[in-house]
Write a protein that binds this ligand. Structure first.
Ligand code: S3P
Length: 166
């Protein structure tokens, strides 16, 4: 079976929905950011602080290549994974890509209590999230096989829609 790969912005629910989807389908679940943290022995903010965003993106690229080489696994990616064309190619070839869409308002609400996102350590997270969406939304759409709306919907409902549409 091909992998099921979740892409989308911070706060779309990729990790929560990925875990539930994997449980429902009895598949293994891999979270790219968690795998990077395990491999590095440090958390994402530390990697950004010490190695910069570029260092993180290099680690992310090799992790994505590794995860896309698996089969029959549900994979949650980080929101910036689509920035590199090499990643977009790997993801598109590596399985069915599901774009979890969320409005900036919902992203803001869902990320407001989480301090683990270096890109949101900013006085105006709403502006940051809007600017990121402007660049990334077309890239998510470019590789998506299925686009699912997550705004105002509980994770279980999103999971059911994914199962019905893959
Ligand atoms: C990032 C999103 C994060 C994480 C890193 C960078 C981004 O993952 O990969 O902080 O560039 O949008 P989530 O989308 O799981 O928050």
């Amino acid at each position: 079976m091909r992998n099921l790969i979740l892409v989308g912005p911070m706060g779309a629910g990729k990790s929560t929905i990925g875990r539930l989807l994997a449980k429902e389908l009895r598949l293994h679940f891999k979270d790219s950011d968690k795998e990077i943290e395990q491999r590095t022995g440090a958390d994402i903010p530390w990697i950004f602080d010490v190695e910069g965003e570029q260092g993180f993106r290099e680690r992310e690229q090799s992790m994505i290549a590794e995860l896309c080489g698996l089969s029959g696994v549900v994979i949650a990616t980080g929101g910036g994974v689509v920035l590199k064309a090499e990643n977009r190619r790997e993801l598109h070839a590596g399985g069915r890509v599901i774009y979890l869409h969320a409005s900036v308002e919902q992203q803001l609400e869902r990320t407001s209590r989480d301090r683990n996102r270096p890109l949101l350590r900013n006085a105006e997270p709403e502006k940051v999230l809007s600017a990121l969406m402007e660049i990334r939304d077309p890239l998510y759409r470019e590789i998506a096989d299925v686009i699912v709306e997550t705004d105002e919907r509980p994770p279980r409902m999103v999971v059911q829609e994914i199962i019905d549409r893959i």
